[in-house]
Write a protein that binds this ligand. Sequence first.
Ligand code: SF4
Length: 349
Amino acid sequence: MLQNSDKFIIKGKDLLELQDWCSKKGHPKFRAQQLFEWMYFHGESNPKLMSNLSQSLINDLQADCVLQTLEIEKVSSSENEATNKYLFRTADNHFIETVSMVEVNRHTVCISSQIGCSVDCDFCATATMGIIRNLNTGEIVDQLNYIREKVETSITNIVFMGMGEPFLNYERVLKSADIFHNPKGFGLGAHRITISTAGILPKIKKFYEEDRKYKLAISLNASNDETRSEIMPVNNKWPISELVAIGRSHAHRNRKVMFEYVLLAGVNDSLDNAHELSSLLRGVDCKLNIIPYNETDGKYRRPDNDAIESFLAILSARQKGYRVMVRWSKGQDIDAGCGQLAVKQEPHE
Ligand code: SF4
């Protein structure tokens, strides 16, 4: 079992931080690159198996550093699809969930960025946990490390849509995305990494100012502020108009934002809502991802198929610049669909 210790958590450190650590310990700088490749490209967490490192570096890693931040507690497999949900235990005895979805040659991993979440979206199972803490970069990276080792199909896409609001853990999420993107890390193209936010506007601006290449998804989930504020209190701070405006202003090539819209029966799925949404996005060069709600134990329901079709017909018929897609979430039978992740069990003693 992992021990909560005050050792240095070296897993999740980037190259500069590794170089810094190596110099402080008296190891040559080039060792940092070797260590980086062992931890991320090879996914190795046992220093003794890092065959080209010096013995003194191996000794320091063993004595002073944490190289594995998570251990697996449980795997739930969907009966209908090649979807698995992984429950991980952290060293301080909390739990997070990660979902792996394989479809032919596409393997998407949905990653958590926090333990719980403070954003309090009314329809989301994670919100019921409240926020416990941010994940450190090593814990974000180790979710992917584990799944890469266990699932035969190569990972093709990563979405930060698991537990937590990624932009409330901005630096660590972006650092882990950089490790996933690094050719000597996980080697995933920037366009294969999507960060999904409930609309934390200052961090969206920062993301653009820093010229980050990853894909950005903003959860809209309503066509007007009144409904959005009811289901997403974050809207009281950063309303729909500001989110659409920033999407519009960054809609140039390769930077198209994706707006996500979870369809909730009787809440945001009326024909009026569809017309309103269509008007809102008219002329915005973006993608619109409609996600029929995955029912949990809560009060919200998925619209029936007729309602979904009618909603889509209006958006598609009036399509003006934006592209509409529907995402039918995978793994609903194991509560692995969008908005269904929440750890129900109590940590063991
Ligand atoms: S939908 Fe995302 S941001 Fe909203 S409460 Fe759930 S995890 Fe947090």
